[in-house]
Write a protein that binds this ligand. Structure first.
Ligand SMILES: Cc1cc2nc3c(=O)[nH]c(=O)nc-3n(C[C@H](O)[C@H](O)[C@H](O)COP(=O)(O)O)c2cc1C
Length: 350
């Protein structure tokens, strides 16, 4: 048995050597980057979202970062759209990837316009090029919602149902619906994807945001000739939002889950798996640090499983999701209470 066999996962019938996927974003946006990630040891790569009629050139700058006093990243904002490359270019990228790595574990990510037939066309395009999993990007919070695509779809449960069903009926491979956290209750949206035949969901896409204001220069971030637009927040600060989404979907559906949001070390990935994820996706950390962290992440995760006598990730998946209860359940467990001031003091002291 190889050292890291314990990290293998089965995601709706597709095997991956470990649960770590590079998520859809700039670090999965060319053949070279995809190959580099896979050669570094990532279990899979979700390609940068491809489209057809909605492909357009993005603005610059499109990123902004919030850091703490040690200059460590807290959160990251982007106003990047889907890929700027057309389908012909992606055809070339895909062929290059499979030429270099014949069984490359890549997941195709697609987004069409509001015209539902475009989603089916893109899904068939993906399947024709060897996709064995297709992720539907229903979650982009900027650029597309005003055109009734992207997060607009996630925000309308009936549309999630219709678009998912259209794609599921058009292809034979399992379909993953990628959901936006910018909704009242993500679990209700996930249930609609499940009813429509999706085998899995990915959660979360970025959180709608406005990064900040330079009060001396009276400027908003990221500044595009003095203007900006609401963007998508990612990175360490969004992990609690992702964990909530994943655990709630796990507790209320039978969907396979790809957990996303703020993963910046291997322990964060274990958190997601204990809350119900089968795979995890990482974008911002690969933007900040490249791909080589994966070696340490996989060996530390394998050591952790061994240390705790777990044979595989199946032994920890969802292990803690059942501990999330309604408030009244917790109330009944309590007999004595600290004063509120004592608890606030303890929190401040850490
Ligand atoms: C710069 C940037 C571009 C992104 N582009 C896409 C995209 O094309 N398609 C998509 O589904 N998600 C996209 N995302 C969202 C990520 O896949 C992921 O859901 C989100 O960033 C949260 O994960 P993280 O905290 O690991 O970055 C993008 C994120 C970033 C930061």
């Amino acid at each position: 048995m190889q050292e890291n066999d314990s990290l293998e996962i089965d995601f709706d019938g597709v095997k991956f050597k470990n649960p770590f996927w590079v998520g859809s974003g700039p670090t999965s946006g060319t053949a070279d980057k995809i190959i580099q990630a896979l050669k570094a040891g990532w279990g899979g790569v979700v390609i940068k979202t491809v489209g057809d009629s909605i492909v357009r050139k993005g603005v610059r700058p499109m990123y902004a970062a919030m850091r703490d006093q040690n200059k460590d990243l807290v959160v990251f904002e982007n106003i990047e759209l889907i890929t700027e490359d057309n389908l012909e270019t992606w055809d070339r990228y895909i062929r290059t990837v499979y030429h270099e790595i014949p069984d490359a574990p890549i997941i195709f990510s697609i987004m069409g316009s509001a015209d539902i037939s475009e989603w089916a066309k893109l899904a068939r395009w993906s399947e024709d090029r060897g996709a064995n999993l297709i992720e539907l990007n229903f979650g982009c919070p900027h650029g597309e919602p005003e055109k009734r695509s992207g997060a607009y779809i996630s925000q309308h449960p009936d549309l999630v149902y219709e678009y998912t069903k259209e794609v599921v009926q058009s292809v034979g491979v399992p379909v993953i619906a990628k959901l936006s956290p910018n909704v009242t209750e993500i679990t209700e949206i996930a249930k609609n994807a499940e009813r429509a035949g999706a085998k899995a969901v990915s959660a979360i896409n970025t959180v709608s945001c406005l990064m900040g204001v330079d009060i001396e220069r009276e400027m908003l971030f990221p500044p595009v000739f003095g203007y900006t637009t609401y963007g998508g927040l990612s990175g360490p600060g969004v992990k609690p939002i992702g964990l909530k989404a994943v655990s709630s979907i796990y507790n209320n559906t039978k969907l396979t889950i790809s957990g996303i949001g703020g993963i910046s070390n291997w322990t964060n990935a274990v958190e997601y798996i204990m809350c119900g994820a089968t795979s995890v996706q990482v974008v911002t950390d690969t933007i900040m640090h490249g791909f080589n962290q994966i070696k340490e992440w996989t060996s530390s995760m394998a050591d952790y499983l061994k240390r705790h006598n777990y044979a595989s990730l199946d032994d920890i998946r969802g292990k803690l999701a059942g501990k999330i209860k309604e408030y009244s359940y917790l109330e009944n467990l309590i007999s004595e209470r600290d004063s509120i001031d004592d608890e606030l003091r303890k929190i401040r002291e850490v």
